[in-house]
Design a protein around this ligand. Structure first.
Ligand code: PS7
Ligand code: MN
Ligand code: MN
Ligand code: MN
Ligand code: MN
Ligand code: MN
Length: 343
């Protein structure tokens, strides 16, 4: 629960912290625990990108309107007068009241502002590119995920560095942290994205689903359930390729609060992948980790040993699911073996 004394007294900061709590309980919780200066920067970074994503996601906004907004979003954050109404529910409130976010943004330190501006610019341009372009190949898939999530990894690592609490980490490791989360989101959101109105959204690469069906939407039909699950398993295996980089990235972190902030979403991601693997429910509704398991992850992810332990446990679940269905996927065994040696 949100303790009242944690709500800042200035209205724009109060708005930002209440908003982040509404749109993402899990991020709000881990952000709260960050050291103050960094916490404010990460909170604003989140809301700026969430607003940018709300523009990207709103399929009722015409392309000619959407693309210029995505391309210039990094400049709008400096303008307290600017806003663009779109999205629904809490996201609509965020867009309508965006002046609170820009007001808070302008109060951040210069280096934080520049880092946020740079990533927002690159993400907006990447999103715009994929408004016109479909995700055909696995390279396209990695490129799209780089724009919408890998860049978040780069940006967050830059903010950690600016705060003086962490060393800088290679772009490639930072990118993998984002890709692992984003690919999990894309796998889990299959049905939500394909059913989007007025226009469906498709992020699964054709190069993968093409081997199983002629159209991506065919995966949701009962008669294709065997092919659908095989395709899903290939998508999960593709995401698991980032595990090794993610473990390396997390092992470099020194600040306990930053560590928890980074590690909790990663553990939830592998937990979600373990739940999705070989699971037809992905094509019928929302697949989420059990509430109790989520609480356990939040409570028991404190140090690298906990992360190795959790990755090991979920890898065992993945391995047994893979074996049970007589699917031999070499990459699945990689995280298992790795965790065994590192633990
Ligand atoms: C920790 C080195 C700035 C904390 C956190 C808002 C999920 C929303 O949700 O399908 O289905 O609508 O439209 C690396 C977070 C990557 C990004 C990206 C971890 C900002 C986030 C805006 C890097 C999160 C991965 C769009 C774009 O997909 O989503 C470390 C902070 C992280 C936001 C995710 C999501 C992209 C996204 P949904 P979509
Ligand atoms: Mn979204
Ligand atoms: Mn999006
Ligand atoms: Mn999604
Ligand atoms: Mn979603
Ligand atoms: Mn969505």
């Amino acid at each position: 629960r949100y303790a009242e004394k944690q709500i800042p007294s200035q209205p724009h900061w109060a708005f930002c912290y209440i908003m982040i709590h509404k749109v993402s309980r899990s991020f709000s919780l881990v952000i709260q625990q960050l050291p103050v200066e960094l916490r404010d920067a990460v909170c604003i970074f989140y809301l700026v990108l969430r607003a940018l994503d709300t523009v990207e996601d709103d399929t009722s906004v015409a392309t000619e309107v959407k693309v210029p907004i995505l391309m210039s979003f990094h400049r709008h954050v400096y303008d307290r007068e600017w806003h663009f109404s779109c999205g629904t529910k809490d996201y609509k409130v965020l867009m309508d009241q965006f002046h609170h976010v820009s007001t808070a943004f302008l109060e951040l330190g210069k280096h934080y502002k520049e880092a946020i501006e740079d990533i927002t610019m690159r993400m907006g341009a990447g999103m715009a590119k994929f408004i016109y372009k479909e995700v055909e190949t696995i390279d396209d898939y990695d490129e799209y995920c780089h724009y919408v999530a890998g860049l978040v990894g780069l940006g967050l690592s830059k903010l950690f560095f600016i705060s003086g609490r962490e060393d800088s980490v290679s772009d490639s490791l930072c990118n993998s942290m984002g890709l692992f989360l984003q690919k999990t989101n894309i796998i889990r959101d299959y049905l939500e994205d394909i059913n989007e109105v007025p226009k469906c959204r498709m992020f699964w690469p054709r190069q993968i689903w093409n081997k199983y069906v002629n159209k991506l939407e065919d995966l949701k039909y009962e008669e294709n359930s065997v092919k659908a699950v095989q395709c899903l398993n290939e998508m999960v295996t593709n995401a698991l390729a980032h595990v090794e980089d993610c473990l390396t990235y997390m092992s470099t972190l020194r600040d306990p609060a930053i560590f928890r902030f980074c590690a909790i979403p990663q553990v939830m991601a592998i937990g979600t992948l373990a739940k999705c693997y070989n699971n037809i429910e992905v094509f019928k509704g929302v697949v989420k980790m059990r509430r109790g398991l989520t609480a356990k992850v939040i409570d028991q992810t404190r140090a690298m040993a906990d992360v190795y332990g959790a990755f090991f446990d979920f890898s065992c679940i993945l391995k047994s699911k893979a074996c049970r269905f007589l699917i031999y996927q070499k990459s699945l065994f990689c995280p298992v073996i790795m965790c065994l040696f590192l633990k």
